[in-house]
Design a protein around this ligand. Sequence first.
Ligand SMILES: Cc1cc2nc3c(=O)[nH]c(=O)nc-3n(C[C@H](O)[C@H](O)[C@H](O)COP(=O)(O)OP(=O)(O)OC[C@H]3O[C@@H](n4cnc5c(N)ncnc54)[C@H](O)[C@@H]3O)c2cc1C
Length: 479
Amino acid sequence: MIDVLVIGGGNAALCAALMAREAGASVMLLEAAPREWRGGNSSHTRNLRCMHDAPQDVLVDAYPEEEYWQDLLKVTGGLTDETLARLAIRASSTCRDWMRSHGVHFQPPLSGALHVARTNAFFMGGGKALVNAYYRSAERLGVQIRYNAPVDAIELDGSRFVAARIGGERIEARACVLAAGGFESNREWLREAWGQNERGEWPADNFLIRGTRFNMGVLLKHMIAQGADAIGDPSQSHCVAIDARAPLYDGGICTRIDCVSLGVVLNAKAERFYDEGEDFWPKRYAIWGRLVAQQPQQIGYSIIDAKAVGRFMPPVFPGVKADTLPELARKLGLDEATFIRTINEYNAACRVGKFDHTTLDDCHTEGVTPAKTHWARPIDTAPFFGYALRPGITFTYLGLKVNQEAAAHFGGKPSQNLFVAGEMMAGNVLGKGYTAGVGMAIGTAFGRIAGTQAARAAHTARHAGAAIQASREEEHATS
Ligand SMILES: Cc1cc2nc3c(=O)[nH]c(=O)nc-3n(C[C@H](O)[C@H](O)[C@H](O)COP(=O)(O)OP(=O)(O)OC[C@H]3O[C@@H](n4cnc5c(N)ncnc54)[C@H](O)[C@@H]3O)c2cc1C
C-alpha cells in the first residue's frame, strides 16, 4: 500500500508530495489534468509574498511579520484565523531555500509590476517553471505521478481516509493530502453561489476563469457532503477585473488590466462607481472583479489618457484608442452625453498635488461621488484609451477547515490521516479580500505541513499495522 496519496497537481500538492517523500514515505500524486495542462492555477503565478526582517537576495528592505499580518488583517476585514495566518507568514520567511533545493529560481520583479519589490519574491520563468521544477524533482525522488486522474470520491472510515476513487478504480493509502483547488472552474456552482441579482441577472454567467479548467470543486463538494467541516462563503473569491476579450479559461496574468488606479472606471451607464485610488493596486486589484460583478451587465470600462501610458504593465490586448473623449465613448458603445458629463465632473473635481504613483500621494478629488482619494489627475491628454472589463475569477475561498497540522476536521475534531492544503483550505486565512502573493504563501506553507504530517501519519499507521501483524503471528505460533 502507498504511504501518502496526494490529490491535485499544483503548488500545494507538489509541496506536500516532496515533503512526504523527503520524510521517507512512498508517495503517489494524482493530477486530474493531462501532462501538458498540469500544475493548475499555480502554473499561472509569478510570485510569493515573503516575510523578511532585513534585505534577502531578491527582496529589498524589510517586511516584518507584524506588517504582513496587518496587511492581511486589513484586506480580509478580520475574516481570518490569526494562528493559521501567522503560521503561513512565518513559513514564508524560510521556505525559499527549500524551494531552491527543488529547482525553483527567483528574480527581482520586472519594472512596471505591482508595487511589490519589497514584499514579493518573483519566480524566474513564472509559476510554469516552478511547477515544472517541482515535477522534475518529484520524479527524481521517486514520487509516482499519474495524469488524467480526476478523483471523484473519497472513502472514509469515520474521519479516517481509507481510499480514493477514480471511477471504478480504488486507490488505498495510509494517509492522504487533498490539494485539488477551489471550485472556480465550475460555472454551475459559481452561478448557484452568486445567485440572481435585483436586476434579474445571473452575474456568474458573465465571469471568466483566469486559470485552469480543472478545479471543478468535485472533492470539495464531496468532502462537505461527507461531513468535513467547511469554512468560508461560497460567493467569496479572488476576483479580478480582466480584459473582457480574455478566453473563458487560462487567460492568465496577461489579461489583467492594471491601469485602474491611473484613471477612472465607468459602468455600462457611463457612471463611476468606486474610488479607483483607494489604496496601492496590489492591495486593491482583487476587489475590482467583485465590483464589476455588481454592476449592470457585469461590465466596466477602465479609462485612461496618454499620461498613464508607460506607468503600468501593458495587457496582452491593446486598449481601444481615440483622439477625443466623444470618439472613445462611441467606440466603447457608451452613451456619449453621460460619458462626457462623468469625465467632466471628475476632471473638475481633481485637486492635483504632487503626483507619485509609488506613494499614497495627495492627488485627490473634491466634491464628486465616489471620491478618488489618490492619483487623481484630469483625463485630458490625447490619445485616450478604454478597456472593457469583466470579472475574472482567480480562486474561490470556500474550503475545508484545518488546524495547524493541516488536518481536515469532522465535527470539530481533526482527522488522523487526512490533510488539506492550498486553495482547498485557503479560506481559513482568506475570509475575503487578498494581497498579492499570499495564495502561494498559504499553499507552500500548508502544502509542506500537510506532506510532513501525512508522512508521519503513514509511518504511525505502518508501525501500528506491523505491530498488529507481529502479535497475530505470535498468537498463531503459541496457539
Ligand atoms: C492567473 C493567476 C495568477 C496568479 N498569480 C499568483 C501569484 O503571482 N502569487 C500567488 O501567490 N498566487 C497567485 N495566484 C493564485 C494561486 O494560483 C493559488 O493560490 C495557488 O496556485 C493555489 O495552489 P493549489 O495547489 O492549491 O491549486 P492549483 O495550483 O490550482 O492546483 C489544483 C490542482 O488540483 C487538480 N485537481 C482538481 N480537481 C482534481 C481532482 N478531482 N482530482 C485530481 N486532481 C484535481 C488540478 O488539475 C490542479 O492541478 C494566481 C492565480 C491565477 C489564476
